[in-house]
Write a protein that binds this ligand. Structure first.
Ligand SMILES: Cc1cc2nc3c(=O)[nH]c(=O)nc-3n(C[C@H](O)[C@H](O)[C@H](O)COP(=O)(O)OP(=O)(O)OC[C@H]3O[C@@H](n4cnc5c(N)ncnc54)[C@H](O)[C@@H]3O)c2cc1C
Length: 485
């Protein structure tokens, strides 16, 4: 049986790795010269710039299996202070309250907004739960529970990746199934705030040399099965499987091969072009998944402290700032965790607030991200609500970042742009109708046996979602292969 996988991002690599584990030979074709797709870690003048994810949720058996199977287990670094997620409003950043009682001291909501949010506590607990309608948007879900202020300043900042999405257009159950499930089980979102923050964080981790270690380890264990600079150009259905065309600058010079199974783990646009001629319904559904641009600016700032406690490889992260507390020679005399310092996860700016979509305190989350005496903050531009900002020139990215970070810090911070990274098609959007598009894509497996489609465009926006999908898809592919043998 010939199993071909297109796409050397985390989805394609993980599905290939699981298939190998299940005793099935695979060939993986990656269009680019490197594997990892959106995951890419680059060292620039001692700063570790993460082009895509800065970390990933590592609390899942599907992920534990990959980490131990690739030998990455001992290199996993847990994030520090990941649950301290901030929100920007009225010129300052506040940490999202970790419990309903902490809401009383939260300064970014008016008394009226707090009372509205706290009404969520009156919702009956199980077994009545919450009634979420199938296509409900994130905005409607959030406002129903917490009112507009509560949705924007309590709920959205707690959700990973939300900066890139438009809550008014995002299907809540498709983008954040665990949130909707939590609401169904508990009734109140506010009552389950600690659990919500725990699930949003879910063991946020990375590696000493950055996220790139994950795809690199998978590719290494797959060895010669991974073909780089080998784009899948075309799939033609045959009575006994598929003919695939791979490589070449144009369709004519591509090489043809036979495949019994084709797994598409490429972005939705590429998947639509490849799947469309084989299964029109899946092709149309894939073509309808929109993407948004995101630009990241990596900022070099003076450190606020000396060194800091190092991460223990494989150790547990502490949900708080480092406690070394010694200011570095020549650095600002501020201690981590004080208001105006860049410690914790970073912050989210609700649509219309601030000059940025938000920021990640990269060197606070993970050690080894900045040289001694410096710190790295990554600012975000673009996304669905600020699309045009993704095209700002470098000078403007720096100007806006420096202004906003100075406002957040309550003092002038001397920021330098280490580099900017631009993704024109950064993240897929799970807009109205996403669940039905996914159903149409999934049904292609029955209409066109041997064709499988996975990736972050379909069922789960984060690295962990892709890895979970990869495992279940590999199990379905294995069942198909074993039945056909
Ligand atoms: C700026 C940014 C920040 C993010 N932050 C986080 C985060 O903090 N935490 C988190 O969990 N997730 C985050 N994500 C999301 C996460 O990175 C993605 O969900 C995940 O990496 C997607 O993996 P994938 O394999 O599905 O797709 P991709 O990574 O897009 O991989 C697809 C691969 O297919 C290849 N390809 C395309 N066409 C062809 C073809 N015809 N033939 C062969 N190969 C082809 C591409 O070259 C690419 O390598 C972030 C993403 C971005 C962009």
């Amino acid at each position: 049986m010939q199993v071909a996988i297109a796409g050397g991002g985390i989805s394609g690599l993980a599905v290939a790795w699981h298939l190998r584990r299940l005793g099935i030979d695979v060939t993986l074709f990656e269009a680019g010269a490197r594997v990892g797709g959106k995951i890419r870690s680059e060292r620039v003048s001692g700063f570790l710039c993460e082009w895509g994810p800065a970390g990933f949720s590592s609390d899942d058996p599907a992920i534990a299996m990959v980490l131990s199977g690739t030998g990455l287990d001992g290199r996993r670094m847990a994030a520090r202070g990941a649950r301290r997620r901030g929100v920007f409003a009225a010129g300052r950043v506040e940490t999202v309250p970790q419990s309903a009682s902490a809401l009383l001291g939260f300064r970014l909501l008016s008394t009226r907004e707090k009372l509205r949010a706290m009404a969520d506590l009156l919702r009956p607990p199980r077994p009545l739960g919450d009634r979420v309608s199938a296509g409900e948007t994130l905005a409607s879900f959030g406002m129903r529970h917490l009112g507009r202020g509560g949705a924007e300043k309590l709920l959205y900042p707690a959700l990973p990746g939300v900066y890139a999405h438009d809550p008014e257009k995002t299907e809540a159950a498709a983008a954040f199934p665990w949130l909707v499930e939590l609401a169904r089980a508990q009734g109140s979102i506010l009552r389950s705030a600690p659990e919500l923050l725990r699930r949003a964080d879910a063991g946020l981790a990375s590696f000493p040399d950055g996220m790139q270690e994950l795809p690199a380890a998978l590719a290494e264990s797959l060895g010669a099965a991974v073909h780089r600079e080998a784009p899948l150009r075309r799939i033609v259905a045959k009575p006994d499987g598929f003919t695939i065309s791979v490589g070449g600058a144009d369709g004519e010079s591509a090489e043809e091969a036979r495949a019994d199974v084709v797994v598409l783990a490429v972005p939705a646009g590429a998947a639509a072009e490849l799947a469309g001629p084989v299964d029109e319904i899946a092709g149309r559904a894939l073509a309808a998944i929109p993407y948004v641009p995101v630009t990241l600016a990596f900022l070099d700032l003076p450190a606020e402290r000396a060194g800091g406690a190092p991460h223990e490889a494989g150790g547990e992260g502490r949900d708080g700032p480092d406690s070394s507390g010694l200011p570095a020679a020549g650095s600002e005399r501020r201690l981590p965790g004080e208001p105006g310092t860049f410690s914790g996860h970073g912050y989210y700016s609700p649509p219309g607030a601030g000059r940025l979509a938000g920021a990640i305190y990269a060197s606070s989350l993970f050690s080894g991200r900045a040289p001694e005496g410096r710190q790295l903050v990554t600012t975000r531009f673009g996304g669905a609500c600020r699309r045009e900002d993704a095209a700002l020139p470098d000078e403007e990215l720096l100007r806006r970042s420096a202004e906003e970070l100075s406002e957040v810090a309550g003092r002038q911070v001397g920021a330098r742009l280490v580099r900017a990274v631009r993704h024109e098609q950064a993240l897929p959007q799970y807009t109205a109708g996403h669940a039905s598009r996914v159903a149409a894509i999934d049904a292609a497996e029955a209409r066109r046996p041997g064709l499988f489609v996975i990736g972050n465009a379909v069922r789960g926006l984060g690295v962990a979602d892709c890895m979970k999908q990869a495992r279940s898809t590999a199990e379905r592919v294995a069942r198909f292969v074993n039945a056909e043998r």
